[in-house]
Design a binder for this molecule. Structure first.
Ligand SMILES: [Zn+2]
Ligand SMILES: [Zn+2]
Length: 336
């Protein structure tokens, strides 16, 4: 059997080990992708910690995969070897549960997660269910497409489903891996885009990314800053700090919405009185493969690009440490 290089976690809390594995063979309704790049995501910490429902070790992490199909299994009709494709967090669905029957594949009762339910993209090859695959447009190179398949799709999809309309005021809380894409998408979708972060030094970057306004939480609360601008229709919360997220609720207009794409471990405390004008706090769960495909196409069309730092596959541990220390600007990408 041919072999490939891969990086795996073999025990809870263990480090990323470079190993040799057999190249996997695609089964029915699966495709094999020759990986050209795989983004690193904060959620890969679940694999490193060995803690996620359904996760078994050893596991190859990675759910921001970009590459080219090189083999297809039986019953795959729409994908052919040579197609440029990517795979994100949503790694397939059953087509039979009640959620699938109403077309809500993201909430499939047996939904699979790439790099958690099955081996992911920190490898030279990966096998995935064919329904999890998204086409990558020619304008995007693989290293750039990778992060768009999780950080990109999540912010793109949360924004376009938020109910905000062109001209509405949309604030993006945090300018990190998710936020730097959220700002680009929000401004290109036609929203009056406000970036929220701490420190005067971030304003230049925020405006470069497309923000029309900047709220500096080192100078005053997010709520005050947003109210001075007339209040936000939507706040996209991208930095996982419960207090920072809660502090944006009073910056909403009546009936405004905070949409969470970041997940702080601590509960978010919100006063009921803040919500009685019809405001709400909601979450958004990534996207399916067609959502990913649309996020990639929109990015190619409007010039949205992830800012990335490239690492070799064998540098996964180093890249992860740097990411967890918040020193990667803005997404780490592994190239095999
Ligand atoms: Zn992710
Ligand atoms: Zn299902």
């Amino acid at each position: 059997m041919p072999k490939m290089r891969a990086v795996q976690i073999s025990k809870p809390g263990g480090s990323f080990e470079l190993v040799e594995r057999e190249v996997p063979t695609p089964g029915p309704r699966q495709v094999r992708i020759r990986v050209e790049a795989c983004g690193m995501c904060h959620s890969d910490v679940f694999v490193k910690a060995g803690q996620f429902p359904g996760l078994t070790l050893p596991r190859i992490p990675g759910h921001e995969i970009a590459g080219r199909i090189d083999a297809v299994g039986d019953a795959v009709t729409s994908w052919k070897p040579g197609h440029r494709v990517g795979v994100g967090w949503h790694g397939g669905h059953c087509f039979e549960c009640n959620a699938c029957r109403v077309g809500d594949f993201l909430n499939c009762a047996k939904g699979q997660i790439t790099g958690i339910s099955f081996d992911g993209g920190y490898a030279e090859y990966v096998v995935v269910p064919s329904e999890a695959v998204a086409r990558i447009p020619e304008e995007l190179d693989a290293a750039n497409a990778g992060p768009l398949l999780c950080a990109g799709i999540t912010t793109f999809n949360a924004l376009r489903n938020s109910g905000a309309r062109p001209g509405d005021t949309v604030a993006v809380q945090g300018i990190g891996g998710l936020g730097h894409l959220g700002i680009q998408y929000a401004s290109r979708m036609g929203f009056r885009t406000v970036a929220i972060s701490s420190g005067a030094d971030k304003e230049k970057l925020a405006r470069e990314l497309g923000a029309h306004e900047y709220v500096d939480t080192a100078k005053g609360s997010a709520a005050e800053g947003l109210q001075k601008l007339g209040g936000a229709h939507v706040v996209l919360a991208t930095a996982p700090h419960a207090d920072a997220i809660a502090s944006t609720v009073d910056g909403l207009r009546p009936r405004g919405k905070v949409v969470l794409v970041a997940a702080p471990f601590e509960p978010i405390q919100v006063s009921a009185f803040s919500l009685l004008s019809g405001k709400c706090v909601a979450g958004w769960p990534s996207g399916t493969s067609i959502d990913s495909e649309e996020a990639l196409a929109f990015s190619a069309l409007t010039g949205v690009r992830a800012r990335i730092e490239i690492f070799k596959l064998e540098q996964a541990e180093q890249a992860f440490t740097k990411m967890m220390a918040n020193q990667v600007r803005f997404r780490a990408v592994l190239v095999p």
